[in-house]
Ligand binder design. Sequence first.
Ligand SMILES: [Zn+2]
Length: 294
Amino acid sequence: MIKLTTTLLVCTFCTTLLIAQPTSNPIRIIMIGAHPDDCDQDGGGTAALFASMGHAVKFVSVTNGDAGHQSEGGGMLAMRRRAEAQEAGRRIGVVYDVLDNHDGELLPSLEVRLQIIRKIREWKADVVIAPRPNDYHPDHRYTGVLVQDAAYMVGVPNVAPDTPPLKKNPVFMYFQDFFQRPNPFRPDVAIDITSVFDKKIDGLDAHQSQVYEWLPWIGRYADKVPVDKTERKKWLAKDRAVTITPEVRKTLEVFYGKEQAAKVQHAEAFEVCEYGSRPTQEDLIALFPMTKKK
Ligand SMILES: [Zn+2]
């Protein structure tokens, strides 16, 4: 677990969170990925749980996905992927925004940083989750950099002055990945998504151009994808299940207790970013209320 620090700013922030009620004062989460389907894979189960509890979740794809196919591309593919994202959002219960930046060509520019600052402000986010800036894919890596670069600026009034700054800095977090350099992912929060795993798969199933076409093609396993719709969804559930690492299991024990943690079949984990608000363990439990020990 991280070494947690407390500041006056954090205290003011967490007091507000601890009294938050889903119906009158929902927790507001924004997950930011590089492509339409990234947030679904890395945070779709957690998002479905938040949504079912009455909290507000938005997914943002920083690119429009217009390079993610072997035989389609450009504006037509971007339109197809936007429609898939809208359907996925409907199935999971989240709002899904797709920004109109080209896929495969993302750079950590000022222009895109301002787009992201505005999205976080408009959503009045309590929690922002994005990739770490260590990744094989440049779009993922630069999305991580762009969100980190927004972590302080969301509160600076003279930056993007057309959108009111946030009065409190959100907690910024990272999605789980398996890269080891320069440092491995550290699970500060782990969520049991077993009860909503089917919903997560249902959301991913909406990204047909990706999960059944492009990713199997580029991964050289297109021959493994069943043609029948029911069969291929079953195949997708196996294809997208993430192995729970010993580190994630340990974090599940912290949040759920040993007995319940041992029963978890599917989990999603997140690491606290050093920028933005620094939450205490109590803050994290308040921000992820589905983890409260029963
Ligand atoms: Zn991606």
